[in-house]
Design a protein around this ligand. Structure first.
Ligand code: ZN
Length: 498
């Protein structure tokens, strides 16, 4: 094989994968936005074929030969090409180790599990979901061995979402979180509560849509390259660095819900839009990991979006969009209201302070499930005990308890910790950013140019060219969870006069 020919084939292979992914994403986007409700069947057929074809392509002997040829000529490749070969080789080996029949069986199971979970959640019936969940757990334990048989199964699964993160690292991280934040949350609970009732006045959807447009402008999201839609659960979907879509969900009795969804998803979008052009249509585009992605969305949502300077900057505009609702409210009251801490049952509605504890509970349960020290049937009991212990709340039913998240029904075990890691990475990015520039004067004027440029330079541009650990090192330096807990302690000590 000629090297030039091999490189052409490498590029073609990645473009084909991009095409399959784009087609699947477009079908998915259609299904959750504009598709009529009884149209899932035909899309299912198409999605099944697309998944099968891309699996076939990525595990074909020709691709195996191509990648091993290029690995042998590694020294003649550019750095970007070397990284492409490494990443593709990794997924080639990983996918080739999963027997095709097991892969199919698992795909069918997750499809079925999603239905069962929806029904179980609706009726708050964990016993209905338990048998399917047990199968999913067993599949994941088996797959963990295919991913990396040298690791403990849960470590191998964690590595899928945040390469390099393992139980030793996370035990230490969550240990710090537990030790510092649990007492802080208790102390906050003993203080007079912040009044956020004005956030729940009537906010018509039409006015909220205009407010979203304004927020996207503040975030400097180019509407020619970033669309906004409406779905039940907000998300970000990227095709390439010139085409990213975010969604939000409007609730007329809540101003903050959609506001922070737009800022959060906007943070994800900024990451995807900021990736270098030369990484497009290759396996190196796309945010590097779930944890780093969440670090960006949470940076915009919490560190910037829930800061006093940012609220002061946008508050006059908020009053223009909602003159009646906010006429008797000050910027300071708004700042305090969007930072109200209230231990609650639902992770996705949790405040900045208690959020990581929701994640920690899921981490502790997953860890025991995958190493088989916890039986599936005992999940509700452990879940409810941990919610009482860490957050002081009583779980009234499984719908608002262990059945609330869709992750397990989709076969995702090891995904949750990324949410908490992202918050911690973000706090450390802020610390470094503050050393290099005056962050808050500009933010106080509603100007996020400097913040975006810093994150673009340290994180966004690289896509997946570096590993998650390298990106974190580049933007945060040595990872230290106390920077995160100190950030929260300082902010909430002032807010709640602790
Ligand atoms: Zn997110």
């Amino acid at each position: 094989m000629e090297l030039n020919y091999a490189l052409e084939q490498l590029s073609l292979l990645q473009k084909k994968m991009y095409a399959y992914n784009s087609a699947s994403s477009a079908l998915y986007l259609d299904s959750v936005t504009v598709a009529p409700k009884d149209t899932a069947e035909g899309r299912g057929v198409a999605l099944g074929i697309l998944a099968g074809e891309s699996q076939k392509l990525m595990t074909s002997p020709e691709v195996g030969e191509l990648l091993s040829f290029l690995s042998e000529h590694k020294s003649e490749l550019s750095h970007v090409e070397q990284r492409q070969v490494e990443e593709l080789q990794r997924s080639y080996e990983r996918m080739s180790r999963i027997p095709a029949d097991e892969y199919m069986e698992y795909a069918i199971l997750t499809n079925e599990a999603s239905d069962v979970w929806h029904k179980a959640k609706e009726t708050s019936d964990f016993a209905l979901f338990a048998p399917v969940l047990e199968k999913l757990v067993n599949f994941n334990i088996k797959f963990a061995g295919y991913y990396d048989s040298t690791k403990a199964p849960y470590d191998a699964l964690l590595d899928e979402y945040e390469r390099g993160a393992d139980m030793a690292f996370l035990d230490e991280f969550f240990g710090t979180v537990r030790e510092r934040l649990v007492p802080l949350i208790k102390a906050i609970g003993e203080k007079p509560q912040i009044d956020d009732s004005f956030l729940h006045r009537h906010y018509p959807v039409e006015a909220q849509r205009k407010f979203s447009d304004y927020l996207m402008e503040i975030l400097q999201l180019d509407r020619g390259h970033c669309g906004i839609g409406e779905t039940e659960h907000p998300f970000t979907l990227e095709f390439n660095n010139k085409d990213v879509r975010i969604t939000t969900n409007y609730k007329e009795d809540s101003l903050a819900d959609s506001m922070y969804s737009v800022i959060h998803e906007g943070g994800h979008a900024k990451y995807e839009l900021g990736i270098r052009d030369d990484l497009q249509y290759t396996c190196l585009t796309g945010g590097v990991s779930m944890g780093v992605h969440e670090s960006q969305s949470r940076f915009y949502e919490n560190i910037i979006g829930r800061s006093r300077p940012f609220i002061e900057a946008i508050f006059p505009k908020m009053q223009e969009f909602f003159p009646e609702q906010l006429k008797d409210v000050t910027a300071e009251q708004m700042y305090r209201a969007v930072n109200k801490v209230e231990p609650s049952l639902i992770r996705t509605e949790a405040d900045e302070m208690t959020y990581s504890l929701h994640v920690m509970i899921r981490y502790e349960i997953e860890k025991q499930l995958i190493d088989k020290t916890l039986a599936v049937k005992d999940i509700p009991q452990v879940w409810n005990r941990l919610y009482k212990e860490y957050l002081g709340v009583d779980v009234p039913d499984d719908r608002r308890g262990c059945l609330q998240d869709s992750h397990w029904s989709g076969g995702s075990f090891g995904y949750f910790p990324s949410y908490a890691l992202g918050s911690a990475y973000g706090a450390q990015m802020l610390q470094n950013m503050e050393k290099e520039m005056d962050v808050w004067t500009a933010v106080g004027k509603g100007d996020l140019t400097g913040v975006s440029a810093w994150l673009g330079d340290k994180v966004h541009q690289y896509g997946s060219l570096m590993t998650p650990a390298e990106i974190v090192k580049n933007a945060c330096g040595q990872f230290d969870p106390t920077v995160y807990t100190d950030y929260l302690t300082k902010k909430y000590t002032e807010l709640y006069h602790l």
